[in-house]
Design a protein around this ligand. Structure first.
Ligand code: C5P
Length: 188
């Protein structure tokens, strides 16, 4: 979805930075691409670009936890620990929500399997977002690892719009077309 959104934003003549975790997709043309591997690297990249950015869309499925020990080399069977301890990853979007200025538009995604709209609305408030894109990931043919998606776009002002199943590039275009006027209003 991130790659499709970057393309759609570029088509609207925006200057686009795409901060991407590991994916199997070609580099998009005309977009500043920053590749990261870990949640901490993603946080650093997002925070370093945040200040001068008018619209931030965060759709990466960042892991909420990471193993507390990182091994630099492969472990042999007899070296492997009996237990793996996890620690919390930063909630990047929540951190950005706290730093958000009046003229910035912050958009999050909510990948849900049940009680989709309520959970998305809670995240919208909790993370101080302007928009949230609710995504039902319980269906096999849309969302993760699929070229298709089907979402509901919700704004902090109560506007709600369902975008029916379509290619991710079409969905991305519809999301940006809906959000764009509110960006222009804030930036002005
Ligand atoms: O709480 P949940 O993970 O469902 O929230 C989803 C939103 O938060 C997405 O926009 C995702 O990119 C962002 N997120 C984040 N950092 C995390 C986990 C999620 O920025 N550690």
């Amino acid at each position: 979805m991130g790659y499709a959104l970057a393309e759609a934003a570029k088509d609207l003549k925006m200057e686009v930075s795409l901060i991407s975790g590991p994916v199997n997709l070609p580099n998009p043309k005309g977009v500043h691409l920053v590749r990261v591997e870990t949640a901490i690297e993603m946080q650093e990249a997002m925070e370093s670009q945040f200040e001068g950015t008018d619209l931030i869309i965060m759709c990466a499925a960042v892991s909420d936890h990471r193993p507390s020990v990182k091994y630099e080399k492969k472990l042999r069977k007899d070296e492997f620990p009996n237990r793996i301890i996890f620690k919390r990853n930063p909630d990047i979007l929540k951190i950005l929500g706290r730093k958000k200025k009046k003229n910035q538009v912050l958009v999050g995604f909510a990948a849900e399997t049940n009680d989709i709209l309520n959970s998305a609305q809670n995240k919208l408030k909790e993370k101080n977002l302007d928009w949230i894109v609710a995504n039902d990931v319980s269906k096999n043919d849309i969302g993760f690892s699929s070229d298709k998606n089907e979402v509901t776009l919700i704004s902090v002002d109560g506007f709600q719009m369902q975008i029916p199943s379509n290619n991710k590039s079409k969905i991305a275009k519809e999301i940006l077309d809906a959000i764009y006027p509110s960006c222009l209003e804030k930036v002005r």
